[in-house]
Design a protein around this ligand. Structure first.
Ligand code: FES
Length: 165
């Protein structure tokens, strides 16, 4: 006997199909509703990253520290390799420069002989405090937010140089 000849069996199939359709629709509606109704976090949010023991940072001159950090960008969490030029000012203060030149973003380096940061791309030079000595870099080096906890140096987000006072 086919379904068309047995109304109760046909009814069971209709109820099962309606139930599955509702379940699938509900399963898709929850994440879709979250995506549409909950806005992503604006911009990107870096977390504090422990990069070194304070005692290991030399007082004699800037040194480059390479580290990995997690960065939240919208819904994504990025785990990226980056670096900082770190200079210990005192037992309680460290300056940490972002690794990109403020002209067009090349990686610069420290020259011990001239006591300057030099960018190889267009020869901008910066003082140990990150101020522009020769252009074309239009502004000082950007800095990481820094804090010291339990003898460890932690770096936060990068602050554009116009923003620090
Ligand atoms: S990118 Fe550094 S001087 Fe141009």
């Amino acid at each position: 006997m086919s379904d068309s000849q047995n109304p109760s069996r046909r009814k069971v199939h209709e109820v099962v199909i309606a139930g599955l359709t509702t379940a699938i629709g509900g399963a898709l509606a929850v994440p879709a509703g979250h995506y549409l109704l909950v806005p992503p976090k604006s911009g990107s949010k870096e977390e504090w990253t422990e990069v070194a023991d304070l005692d290991q940072i030399s007082k004699s001159g800037p040194e480059e520290l390479v580290f990995r950090r997690k960065r939240k960008d919208g819904w994504k969490i990025l785990n990226e390799k980056t670096s900082a030029w770190v200079q210990r000012v005192s037992d309680k203060e460290v300056i940490a420069f972002a690794p990109a030149c403020t002209h067009l973003g090349c990686a610069y380096h420290w020259e011990d002989g001239t006591k300057t940061f030099v960018c190889p791309c267009h020869t901008s030079a910066f003082s140990p405090q990150g101020e522009v000595l020769t252009g074309p870099a239009p502004r000082p080096l950007d800095r990481y937010e820094t804090k010291i906890e339990d003898g460890k140096l932690l770096l936060g987000r990068i602050v554009r140089s116009e923003e620090h006072s």
